[in-house]
Design a protein around this ligand. Structure first.
Ligand code: CP
Length: 310
């Protein structure tokens, strides 16, 4: 029997099980081979139309989804809220139903509101992929992060991963915690106490506020940007102090006595959470994450498309 995902949409890692992640990674392995061929395309989704709806800014996720869809030979339409009739007051449901009237099968959506993807999945007749909903989840980012750890270290199970920075506002952190725990990794978070959610330990995660101790403990550090755009109050005195206490630089890494893997989902604020020599070091897999994003998103789209009656 053909293997299938246990979910009808990809709304968050919290809805997946370990078999789903294994299936996505096995499928992504095949697509990674495809995108490294001279002809980087397969005809698998020639009969599928996908709409990319971005109500928030994006570079990596938007381009990565579009490329993944084109590599699968799907028809692709792109929607950016800032240039749309949303500006004239059109609702989310009206916007999406109008797009679906053009016979769209799959909707990829980034939205500033938590739960926007779940809401949409209950009201429209299409497969929904969450490309980031507010401070909640960013499931394909977490999948490509775990895939990249597995590629670099051979396995995620048993690895020690610290997520550093603005955990409170980060959908990348929450999705990573769900994905890493599901695969048997040990997870710590490190950052200013004001940027660590109070409930975080209930997810099976430990808290460390000393960056040097966190880095000494881990195999992998996933470094996050401080999301000033989501802050309505001051969470720490100054960016300079944040960098002194939580910024990762070459000197700290060189004094560890071991070589840890450095990750970052982007966009990077060079010189704030991470220095350029660390972001560009050979122990950094930041651009591998971006490359793997295309293969992982191809896998997610391909597997969900298998459930569509054609
Ligand atoms: N990692 C990530 O979500 O980047 P973008 O905001 O550029 O899509």
């Amino acid at each position: 029997m053909k293997q299938q995902l246990s979910v009808e949409h990809l709304l968050g890692i919290k809805y997946l099980n370990k078999n789903d992640i294994d299936l996505i990674f096995e499928t992504a392995n095949n697509f990674k081979e495809v995108i490294n061929r001279p002809i980087k395309k397969v005809p698998s989704l020639r009969d599928i139309t996908i709409a990319n709806l971005f109500f928030e800014n994006s570079t990596r996720t938007k381009l990565s989804f579009e490329l993944a869809e084109k590599r699968l030979s799907a028809d692709v339409i792109n929607f950016s809220a800032s240039q749309s009739s949303v500006k004239k007051g059109e609702t989310l449901i009206d916007t999406v139903n109008n797009i679906l009237a053009m016979k769209v099968d799959i909707v990829v959506m980034r939205h500033p509101n938590v739960g926007a993807g779940v809401f949409l999945s209950k009201h429209v007749d299409a497969k929904i992929i969450n490309a980031g909903d507010g401070t909640h989840e960013h499931p394909t980012q977490a999948l490509l992060d775990s895939y990249s750890i597995k590629e670099k270290l051979g396995t995620v199970k048993g690895k020690k991963v610290v997520i550093v920075g603005d955990i409170l506002h980060s959908r990348v952190a929450l999705s990573n915690i769900f994905a890493l725990k599901l695969q048997g990794a040990e997870v710590k978070v490190c950052g200013p106490t004001t940027l660590i959610p109070k409930h975080i330990r209930s997810l099976g995660v430990e808290v460390e506020t000393n960056i040097k101790k966190a880095l000494e403990w881990c195999d992998v550090a996933n470094v996050l940007r401080v999301q000033h755009e989501r802050m309505d109050i001051k969470y720490f005195p100054s960016t300079r102090e944040y960098t002194q206490l939580f910024g990762i630089n070459k000197e700290i890494l060189d004094n560890l006595g071991k070589k840890i893997v450095i990750m970052h989902p982007g966009p990077i604020n060079r010189g704030v959470e991470i220095t350029s020599d660390v972001a560009d070091a050979d122990q950094s897999i930041i651009l591998n994450q971006v490359e793997n994003g295309v293969a992982v998103r191809m896998a997610v789209i391909y597997l969900l498309a298998q459930q569509i009656k054609r």
